[in-house]
Design a protein around this ligand. Structure first.
Ligand code: ADP
Ligand code: ZN
Ligand code: ZN
Length: 802
């Protein structure tokens, strides 16, 4: 038998399966979708079986056998193997990247370099000390200093250095004690020596738990015995001990569902649930765009549809944009559907993710709530796939495979014959345009579920504040409103948009800002560590005392970070309890959840944060939302800048007054006249859509045109500009006349980690040849440019082009 195998070798110029011989003993168990270890060149690598056949074009003598079958049960279904093929074609990734993206990281390849000792008697000194009598030793056990010596020993043939696939399936096990029958215990009691008091005590306890199976750990804890005593009784035959698989339990602690159980569905909700339900019943792959203002009860619609899906014995995937949303939303789902729900998000450890994945694979759960990669949940009978906040850019993966969860969801729905629900208060322009054209079915929730009015939004022009002598980062109106809430004991959320507004160190004499030595970008100041950091390459240094250009001492920290706002808040409102939520305070596992719960329990008056608090937050006592800097994103040179600003402001405003108490929103900006700011004020999606579509049409951007971004990087500026130029020439010869190629141009951040970056943008309406032409370009890249040190990446649907 022959197996077709996709190997974990992305440097190969051709991306195709290779044939391997299946050893006889393996033939009965091997199946497509299983992982294997195979020889490739002089290495051992991980591979996926994509097909089995009887004959190969490769002559028998050159056919290598599979080394080891890693999964007796395949980890990927046939559907997943097809999906990987489709991802390869639509995103131009390596098939191996697509396959690996579908699995939890615990199942992805890990390699380990090992030293195999061939002639132990020849080893001396430190190397011999480390090796002792072992035959195989991990390279990482050796000090770096010894690497040259190892290399020499390998050259002499005393040792060989090999790369091996490390297979850690990472299943957690627990010892379980199975207590024996009464007769047996009785016999033991008779023969127990008088001095064995401890054993006698434990035996007595066992007699009260005859025939039961209990975790050994629990037995020792509740009886106060030691492992030695337990072992002694096991040896006498009083009990048996086994190792059993257990799941790690991700931090639960349900967040309270604010507002309690909702009443009957509103008319609009009922219509939505009805129409989607029909598609579920008919097994129809229809995509619904559920457009509902914030607080209109979209989540309730999802849950009713899921209930229906579960009643039919089918499964559901719910995608939520990112970690900030999970604590509140997952507990809502868990409360409704109990142990049927698995949760997958980036806050879980690799082991916990693997456990959740196994529950899905074994059919022990029927619903998964998770971030982007949960779209690959290995369900076999899907009844619905839901993307909440479908406009979120975190649904797009930014490195290979550059897939969009929305496209994968729709693709899977075709395979399973089930509907997809795209929900949002501010749908992406692309999705709304498709709904207009009838490609998606539009469902609208125009009112808030509890008929609360949308919050009052006041826009404050910060230029006026400055003119009136207010140099603070808080306008008079916002400061006044915060004071008012503090007096009333109500809560405030302050939102700082950090993108494009970093905190940097500037010389007041010559205007120089401290730059990263490796990248063309200013370093960001981190107060907690008193250091400057590059967010692109990770470079770190101490804050200089003098300007590196003019040696002036007037060099200081500028810009607005959350830490600075916190200090200012403390100065203005010393009595206020402030919680800060940003990348620095949420690095620890479970920190999001803890901070949110603390705020929800009334543990603070003000929640100050970045992007991550814009969504999902739903507490009854929030009556004021302040946006400190509404327009910072508008300054980025990105065709989606206005759309993102509108979405963010609408989302943030939606946090206020979701319950009985009315809400107020204050938006501070330097660009109050911008349509994205003006229209977000009234959550006026339709007018915004109309204006923005006009602009996209005028400048030939999506959804009128498709765009593909190709980026190049190299340490040598001339080399990268020359290669980018060659690529553009190649493409313009092959693509249609209506297709526009912009570039090559230098990327917005022109140098990262000492590599210069160039890019070109392809804009097209219809270009059936594009995928083929780009695939050929990738071949040129892999067979020649890559060898010269060029890195090239292609994004068929970039979420940002800066
Ligand atoms: P969205 O997801 O659109 O922001 P949610 O589903 O979170 O909205 O609903 C907002 C609030 O309204 C929640 O507290 C929810 O329990 C409540 N709610 C939803 N549907 C109804 C309903 N039909 N009647 C009363 N309250 C409802
Ligand atoms: Zn200076
Ligand atoms: Zn850098």
């Amino acid at each position: 038998m022959i197996a077709e195998i996709i190997t974990d070798v992305s440097a190969h110029p051709v991306d195709r399966p290779f044939d391997y011989a299946v050893p006889e003993g393996m033939a009965k168990v091997i199946e497509p979708g299983a992982r294997v270890r195979v020889p490739f060149g002089n290495r051992k690598v991980l591979g996926f079986v994509t097909g089995l056949k009887e004959e190969s074009d490769v002559p028998d003598s050159r056919l290598k056998p599979i080394d080891e079958l890693l999964d007796p049960e395949p980890v990927l279904t046939g559907e997943m193997l097809h999906l990987a093929d489709w991802m390869k074609q639509t995103t131009l990734c390596f098939e191996i990247d697509a396959l690996q993206a579908m699995l939890p990281s615990a199942l992805r390849a890990k390699y380990e370099k090992t030293v195999h000792v061939l002639e132990p008697e020849k080893l001396t000194g430190e190397v011999a000390d480390i090796v002792r009598n072992r035959r195989v030793v991990a390279v990482k056990e050796f000090n770096e200093r010894l690497l040259p010596a190892l290399k020499r020993l390998a050259a002499e043939g005393t040792v060989s250095i090999e790369t091996a696939v490390r297979q850690r399936t990472n299943i957690k096990k627990e010892k379980v004690l199975h207590i024996g029958e009464a007769d047996r215990l009785w016999e033991i009691r008779e023969s127990l020596p008088k001095s064995a008091n401890r054993q006698a005590e434990l035996l007595e306890w066992m007699e009260a738990h005859i025939g039961q199976s209990l975790p050994s750990k629990d037995v020792m804890e509740s009886t106060g015995t030691t492992r030695a005593t337990v072992k002694a009784l096991i040896e006498r035959g009083a009990a048996r001990e086994t190792e059993e698989e257990v799941y790690r339990k991700p931090e639960t602690g349900l967040m309270p569902e604010s507002g309690g159980m909702p009443g009957p569905l509103t008319e609009e909700q009922a219509i939505a649930v009805g129409k989607i339900g029909e598609a579920v019943d008919d097994g129809r792959e229809e995509t619904f765009l559920l457009h509902g203002v914030t607080g209109s009860g979209k989540t309730e619609v999802y849950m009713q549809v899921i209930r229906h899906v579960l009643d039919l014995g089918k499964e559901a995937i719910v995608l939520v944009p990112e970690i900030s949303l999970t604590p509140q939303i997952t507990s809502r789902f868990k409360r409704r559907f109990g142990p049927m729900v698995a949760v997958m998000h980036s806050g879980l450890s690799a082991g916990e993710k693997y456990d959740e994945w196994r529950k899905i694979q074994r059919g022990e759960v029927k619903v998964v709530v998770g971030a982007r990669s949960a779209v690959f949940a290995p369900f076999r009978n899907l009844g619905v796939i839901i993307l909440d906040e479908e406009h979120e850019s975190s649904y797009k993966q930014e490195d290979s495979p550059r897939y969009h969860a929305r496209d994968v969801a729709i693709r899977r729905s075709e395979e399973h014959g089930c509907p997809v629900i795209l929900g949002s208060a501010t749908p992406s322009l692309e999705s709304y345009a498709r709904a207009h054209k009838g490609v998606y079915s539009l469902l609208t929730l125009s009112e808030r579920a509890k008929k609360q009015p949308l919050p009052e939004v006041q826009v404050v022009d910060m230029r006026e504040e400055l003119k009136n002598g207010n140099r603070s980062m808080f306008s008079l109106a916002l400061a006044e409103a915060i004071r008012d809430r503090l007096e009333k004991g109500e809560q405030t959320v302050l939102f700082l948009n950090r993108r494009g507004y970093s905190s940097f160190v500037l010389c007041r004499d010559c205007g120089t800002s401290v730059q990263c030595p490796n990248c063309d970008i200013s370093l960001t100041y981190h107060r907690a560590t008193e250091r400057l950091q590059c967010h692109y390459c990770g470079h770190e240094e101490l804050v200089p005392h003098n300007c590196p250009e003019c040696t002036s001492e007037h060099i200081r920290f500028f810009g607005t970070g959350t830490q600075k706002v916190q200090e200012e808040l403390h100065r203005l409102f010393p009595e206020a309890r402030v919680l800060r939520m940003d990348v620095d305070t949420t690095r620890q596992k479970g920190a999001h959840e803890r901070l949110l719960r603390q705020f929800g329990d009334g543990g603070a008056d003000i929640l100050l944060g970045t992007q991550m608090i814009a969504k999902g937050l739903d507490f009854p006592n929030i009556t004021l939302v302040g946006v400190l800097s509404a327009d910072t994103m508008l300054r980025l040179s990105d065709f989606r800048a206005a759309e993102k600003t509108f979405q963010l402001l609408t989302q943030v405003s939606g946090r206020a007054g979701r319950h009985e108490k009315e809400g107020e929103v204050i938006v501070q900006t330097y660009a109050p006249e911008h349509y994205a700011v003006e229209l977000a004020k009234d959550q006026a999606y339709e007018p915004f859509y109309a204006i923005e579509m006009g602009n996209r049409k005028r400048y030939s951007y999506p959804p009128f045109y498709f765009v593909t971004l190709i980026q190049f990087s190299h340490e040598d500026l001339m080399k990268v500009s020359e290669t980018a130029g060659n690529a553009v020439r190649y493409l313009s010869g092959k693509l249609g006349r209506d297709t526009v190629i912009i570039g090559p141009t230098s990327a917005e951040v022109a140098r990262v980690n000492n590599r210069y970056r160039y890019q070109c943008l392809i804009k097209y309406k219809k270009e059936p040849k594009l995928a083929g032409v780009l695939t050929d370009l990738v071949k040129i890249y892999r067979s020649s440019w890559m060898k010269e040190g060029i890195l090239m990446s292609i994004d068929m649907n970039p979420s940002t082009i800066s």
